[in-house]
Design a protein around this ligand. Structure first.
Ligand code: NAD
Length: 329
């Protein structure tokens, strides 16, 4: 990225105490960047590799000015977010917090002469009316309109996408926008209410294995479908998109769809345990969702390569270790 005599490019990763942000800091450091990480908290499970890590509340304007000083590029990952259980029941908090974070971060980046700005949107921007069937047609980028995201989280992400477009058109800020589809991997939240389906399922199955009680609760009938993308593919995609000249929103996810029941079966096989699924009421989100990766392949000449099984094997091993430590097993 830089010749030996050049000073490294300085970048900011917001949300660097969170799952994807923490991995992204490590990824960018390995490529020779100088990285400032910012978050409300330090990473929970491993020390950061950032050159500088500042604990700041990015809902605040002064914090955003401080965070973006002296950097050429911003990866804006900070968000108040979690799995279905969290985003389906905290609408006002999510909309307010994420709107403040995004409005202030991008304006501070402009004032501080940032050149490139990476914004992390979500598959949650896609309209509910296209996702009512488990055998859903994969979602193309242009399917987003007419807009009808399911939750406040998705509406705010859509506004964030527009914000990027207008800052690019009006102020020349080079914005890049990604729509993640269910990213998973080690070092992510696995308990406490904000965890997403793969981590929650790994925890439940590890608990079943270690406790000897094979019952595993699944929200709804478990026939709702999703695609899941491993963190290493996510990082590669982020980097390729940031270095590209493509500025429209782009899907980044796997395009292999599985039901939540199948997800549980795959993890149980990895864990080497027989489980008994117990279907209980719970938030399920849309009925079906999958990524159409046609544009991703056209734009980046690449699409995610790591299989669900390989990614889950890594994730399960880490979460089983965490559960063991918790249980003293
Ligand atoms: P995460 O919750 O692990 O990380 C987000 C981080 O933002 C957290 O560490 C949190 O403390 C921080 N944050 C929240 N409010 C803040 C504030 N006011 N000031 C500073 N920091 C604040 O989530 P993640 O999975 O790493 O997601 C990263 C980004 O990708 C988010 O924008 C998220 O919406 C988006 N995304 C993630 C997924 C996924 O599957 N993980 C899917 C779609 C979109």
């Amino acid at each position: 990225m830089t010749a030996a005599h050049e000073s490294p490019i300085k970048v900011l990763v917001t949300g660097a105490g969170g799952f994807i942000g923490h991995h992204l800091v490590t990824f960018l450091k390995a490529r020779g960047y100088w990285v400032r990480g910012v978050d409300l908290k330090h990473p929970e499970f491993a020390p950061t590799d950032a050159d500088e890590f500042e604990v700041l509340d990015l809902r605040r304007w002064d914090a955003c000015l401080q965070a973006t000083r002296g950097v050429k590029e911003v990866y804006a990952l900070a968000a108040d977010m979690g799995g279905m259980g969290f985003i389906s029941s905290n609408h006002a908090q999510i909309l307010r917090n994420n709107a403040l974070i995004n409005l202030h971060t991008i304006e501070a980046a402009r004032i501080n002469d940032v050149v490139r700005y990476f914004y992390t949107s979500s598959a949650c921007v896609y309209p509910e009316y296209l996702q009512q069937d488990a055998h859903v047609t994969p979602l193309k980028e242009e399917d987003v309109y007419p807009a009808q995201p399911q939750d406040a989280y998705g509406w705010e992400k859509l506004i964030g996408e527009h914000l990027c477009r207008h800052y690019r058109e009006d102020f020349g800020l080079e914005t890049r926008v990604v729509r993640f589809h269910n990213i998973f991997g080690p070092l992510g939240t696995w308990e406490g209410g904000r965890e997403k389906a793969p981590a929650a399922m790994c925890r439940k199955i590890a608990t079943a294995k270690l406790s000897g009680d094979p019952t595993v609760e699944i929200w709804g009938d478990g026939e709702q479908t999703r695609s899941f993308c491993y963190i290493d593919d996510c990082l590669t995609g982020i980097y390729k998109l940031m270095r590209s000249d493509y500025h429209e929103p782009l899907n980044l996810g796997q395009d292999r769809m599985v039901t939540i029941n199948q997800l549980a079966d795959i993890i149980a096989e990895i864990a080497g345990v027989s489980i008994v699924k117990k279907h209980v009421p719970g938030p399920q989100g849309v009925r079906g969702r999958n990524s159409d990766n046609t544009r991703l392949r056209e734009v980046l000449g690449w699409s995610p390569e790591i299989s669900l099984e390989a990614g889950l094997a890594e994730t399960y091993a880490w979460i089983e270790g965490e559960v063991r430590a918790r249980l003293g097993a």
